[in-house]
Design a protein around this ligand. Structure first.
Ligand code: PYC
Length: 323
């Protein structure tokens, strides 16, 4: 039996175009459980499964299909601000960078003072966040690293893709292309064919979060003069990230660092599929891994109380007339 959490309040924001729904307890505060307790209550046979009516909180018809939920929990340690569990309409995420920026903005909106380098616990490790003087939110991510460079997969439509497998809080397959493909629908279809090839060929990352490569990042020259590169990130629920993707930018920094294409501390401006920007830098942690820092803007768009009508056939996310 999966544990039921009485979700009450929500605050919606978007980070550089990508939506986040922060879920809070009925009194508007953090959930009284720790992240480990929430995960334990939702784990069956060693697999974390978000119950369907919680997945539904970031699915149609309640939310735009790119929405990521961030459930904010009591910290497990005195030195941490909170714990947070991220998921999209499909499944849990490891880390979520845009939602961490959204969470930082949401906490400020709720009157929670985020101390400099506030520790936020996630299921793949601690990140630290802070609000900058100009209102942007910055976070130092979990260590990022490249697992393998120039790995080739054969595509169902013919031809091959070549990419780096890198960890940035989620596993990414990063493909560099000479130019954007014109329409997002074409990029979505191409990235989807790569993800299917990864699954068909059984390609895996390293041990972090089970090694499943579930994000594809296409990287092109930027369209903005003030950016270093543009990306298009396919997420596991089949949508694309409207922000430059915090974990995807982190994985890309690891790839750039491994290739000697970006020095520690140097600024990298990552443009998203829709033209928004994250500023990124890294510090070297050891021979294999880096600590990425990602900075972006988030904007509050709504706040409210969730209603789960027992007569609503779509309350668990999909339209089921007899549910
Ligand atoms: O910003 O890390 C991110 C992210 C992951 C999935 C959607 N956004």
């Amino acid at each position: 039996m999966q544990k039921n959490l009485p979700i009450g309040r929500f605050i919606d924001s978007h980070t550089e175009g990508e939506p986040t729904r922060v879920l809070l307890a009925p009194d508007g505060g953090f959930f009284p459980e720790t992240l480990a307790e929430v995960i334990a209550g939702w784990t069956r046979e060693n697999r974390l499964e978000i119950p369907s009516h919680y997945l539904a909180l970031c699915a149609n018809p309640r939310a735009a299909d790119a929405m990521v939920c961030a459930l904010v929990c009591r910290p497990s340690r005195a030195d941490a601000l909170c714990g947070v569990l991220f998921w999209n309409a499909n499944a849990p995420l490891g880390m979520c960078g845009h939602a961490t920026v959204g969470l930082g903005r949401t906490l400020r909106h709720s009157g929670v003072v985020m101390p400099p380098r506030a520790i936020i616990e996630t299921r793949v490790g601690d990140v630290t966040g802070e609000t900058l003087a100009d209102g942007r939110v910055s976070f130092a991510n979990v260590p990022a690293r490249v697992h393998a460079c120039d790995v080739q997969v054969v595509l169902e439509q013919g031809g091959c893709a070549r990419g780096d497998i890198a960890w940035g809080g989620n596993w990414f397959y990063i493909v560099r292309l000479a130019r954007p493909m014109g329409a997002h629908a074409d990029e979505l279809a191409y990235a989807g064919s790569i993800l299917r090839a990864i699954e068909r060929e059984g390609l895996r990352g390293g041990s972090e979060n089970g090694g499943q490569i579930d994000h594809v990042e296409l990287v092109f020259p930027p369209s903005r003069a003030d950016a270093d590169a543009r990306n298009f990130v396919l997420c596991p629920n089949g949508t694309f990230d409207r922000s430059p993707c915090g974990t995807g930018s982190s994985a890309l920094l690891a790839s750039l660092a491994a290739r000697g294409e970006l020095a520690p501390g140097a600024r990298w401006r990552q443009e998203s599929a829709i033209g928004s920007i994250f500023e990124a830098r890294y510090a070297r942690l050891d021979a294999d891994s880096i600590t990425p820092t990602i900075t972006g803007r988030a904007f509050i768009v709504a706040e409210g109380t969730l209603v789960l009508d027992p007569n609503d056939p779509s309350r668990t996310g999909c339209w089921r007339e007899n549910s």
